[in-house]
Each structure stands twice: as C-alpha cells, then as structure tokens.
Write a protein that binds this ligand. Structure first.
Ligand code: NAP
Length: 314
C-alpha cells in the first residue's frame, strides 16, 4: 500500500480507502457477517481509511463498521470518516447526530467528521454548523473537519467560520466518466492543501469492465442512475474497452487501472471505492503502489475527454 497525508493534518492514510455505503439496503450488503469480511480484507491489504455516513442504511453502515473495527481489534490503526447529512445541521442536531455516530461506531472520537451536503432547503446559516463542528474538535469528539459535495464558494465561506481549524478534505464525485471536479474544485483543494476524497471512483461499477454487454438493469441504488441509462452506454463501453486493453498490459484489472488513473492524476486525490465482496476490497487496494505510464495515463485522459455523460434522460 502507498500512503498519503490527509490535508494538512499530518495523518497518514492509505492512497485507496474503503467506502462502506455498501453496508445498506441501497447496495445490498445487509448481513454483518459479510460486512466484517470486507473490512478485514481491506485492512489486511493496507487500507486504513474507512468512509461511512449517518444516512447509509440509516445508521446500519456506521454500526457494522464500528462493530467490525472493534471485533478485529483495529480501531486505533484506522481513520474513521463519517458524515452528517444536510438536514441535521442545526446546532443542536450536529451535537445529537455526533453523539449517535460515536455510539454506533463504538468510539470516543470520530477522526474525520464531514458535512455530507449543504443544508439545501433548511436555511441553516453556514457558521452555525461549522462552529458546532469546531466546538466538537475543541471537546475531543472530532479530530478533523471535512466537507462533501460543497461548491467552492460555500467551502470558502465554511472555512471562514472557523476560528482555529482548517478544513482537511472535500469529498467529491470523481472518476474517469465524471470529471467535473477538475474544472474548479480539484485546483481549489490542491491550492488549499486539502485532500480530495473521490467518491464513486469506479463510477458505481461502470469502470470495472463488467457491464459492457448491454445496458445493465439494476435493482439497487443504480436503478435510476443516469450513468447507466442507455443514452450513456456507448461511451461507457468505449472507455471500458481501453481499460481492459491497458489492464492486460499491466496484469491488473480494469478497476485497478481506473483507480490508478485517479491517484496518478493528483497527489491530493484519495479514492474511496466501495466493495461488495472481500475480493473487490483487496483488488481495489491493489490499485496503489505502482503507476501507469504517462502514455497510458494520457490515452485514458484523451478517451475520457471525448465523453459527455448526459443526465437529461427524459
Ligand atoms: N459524499 C457523497 O455524496 C458520496 C456519494 C456516493 C458515495 N460516497 C462514498 O464513496 C464510496 C464509493 O462510491 P460508490 O459506492 O458510489 O461507487 P464505486 O466505489 O464507484 O463503485 C462501487 C461498486 O462497484 C463494484 N465494484 C467495486 N470494486 C470492484 C472491483 N474490484 N471489480 C468489480 N466491481 C467492483 C461493486 O458493485 P457491483 O459488484 O454490484 O457492480 C461496488 O459496490 C461509497 O461507499 C461511499 O462511502 C459518497
């Protein structure tokens, strides 16, 4: 495993983390016995960064992660990142939500507490929740603060609310099919010395080489995702063909190539792929510790540059 520093915190995290949204009805890993095997496989492959959220399975994901880390005896070896959703950001809810997260995760301190998304329709002032988070840092209940799915202007406003803390990271969608962050947010994150935790780094499985026969039909969270709409299918197939070709050259898998492209692209980026099996978790961890050649990185960039995913599907 290869390691990176989380923002300016000085804390060493694996260049590939594990996202555990999969421990929920949305993705289908709903048995604890399966979840613990995935956590163990990731840990044994060198992964020390685990991303969950209050809303994943309405607490189930946090519960399974906390229990797994406790039972495996590795809590002190890992960095736990969780998130408070946009509707729980009134000051009293930030404290209450954190108290419940700590209980579900079976810890005294959350390493990285992220604002999952801005309080879109709740009219809560930015400084109300940012100061509440900073209070939690002062009290030792949270080590570092992160944002997720924030536009740049609001991230700046959020930072200006803090008296002493620096926002450590922004969690944003980033994969070879969806590269909007490169326009504004990646340069912003790099310039501020933050980390970019890349969510859906495998485009929810669309970059793994396995959904290329016909437009896939899912009965999980992907059922209505525009990424898998037939309008976007030809572009996905084209990119996967290249991933498969390059993967053969390196004796890697298409998923590993797609993840390596992200970490090659910027030292600020830390992908947090989700896994539904222990094999996927250890395979994804194997995406770090080596590098694509410049030529192959460029070939993938150029192929990706030609793609425009549409979300207008009706
Ligand atoms: N902050 C946010 O708003 C936000 C939003 C979304 C996600 N996230 C975080 O980011 C994490 C990852 O994102 P994601 O779950 O949306 O998508 P992802 O990591 O791009 O894709 C995960 C899915 O791809 C498939 N897969 C994973 N590894 C594979 C491999 N090696 N080979 C073949 N297939 C593989 C699995 O599904 P199948 O096997 O069923 O294909 C898996 O469930 C989440 O767990 C969550 O922690 C955050």
């Amino acid at each position: 495993m290869e390691y990176r520093v989380l923002g300016r915190t000085g804390v060493r995290v694996s260049a590939i983390g594990l996202g555990v949204w999969q421990f929920s009805e949305s993705w289908g890993v709903t048995r604890y016995e399966d979840a613990v095997k995935i956590v163990r496989a990731a840990y044994e492959s060198g992964v020390n960064l685990y991303d969950t959220a209050i809303v994943y399975g309405n607490g189930m994901s946090e519960e399974y992660l906390g229990r797994a880390l406790e039972e495996l005896g590795i809590r002190d070896e890992v960095i736990i990142a969780t998130k408070i959703p946009g509707q729980m950001l009134a000051e009293h809810d930030v404290f209450k939500a954190t108290e419940r997260s700590l209980r579900r995760l079976r810890v005294d301190t959350v390493d990285l507490m992220q604002v999952h998304w801005p309080p879109l329709w709740h009219n809560i002032p930015t400084c109300e929740y940012m100061r509440a988070l900073e209070r939690l840092v002062f009290m030792g209940k949270v080590r570092f603060i992160g944002l997720s799915d924030f536009p740049r202007e609001l991230a700046e406003a959020a930072q200006s609310c803090l008296a002493r803390e620096e926002i450590a990271s922004m969690q944003l969608r980033y994969n070879l099919l969806e590269r909007e962050v490169e326009k504004e947010l990646l340069p912003y994150v790099e310039g501020r010395g933050m980390s970019l935790l890349a969510w859906s780094p495998l485009a929810k499985g669309a970059l793994t080489g396995k959904y290329i026969e016909k437009p896939p039909r899912f009965d999980d969270v992907r059922a209505s995702d525009p990424l898998f709409h037939e309008a976007n299918f030809p572009a996905i197939v084209e990119l996967n063909k290249l991933l498969i070709k390059i993967a053969e050259k390196y004796s890697k898998t298409p998923a590993q190539i797609a993840l390596n492209w992200l970490i090659t692209n910027s030292s600020a980026v830390i992908p947090i792929p989700g896994a539904k099996t222990p094999q996927q978790a250890s395979q994804n961890a194997g995406a770090a510790g080596w590098r694509l050649s410049f030529e192959d990185w460029l070939a993938l960039k150029e192929a990706s540059d030609k793609i425009r995913i549409t979300r207008v599907t009706y």
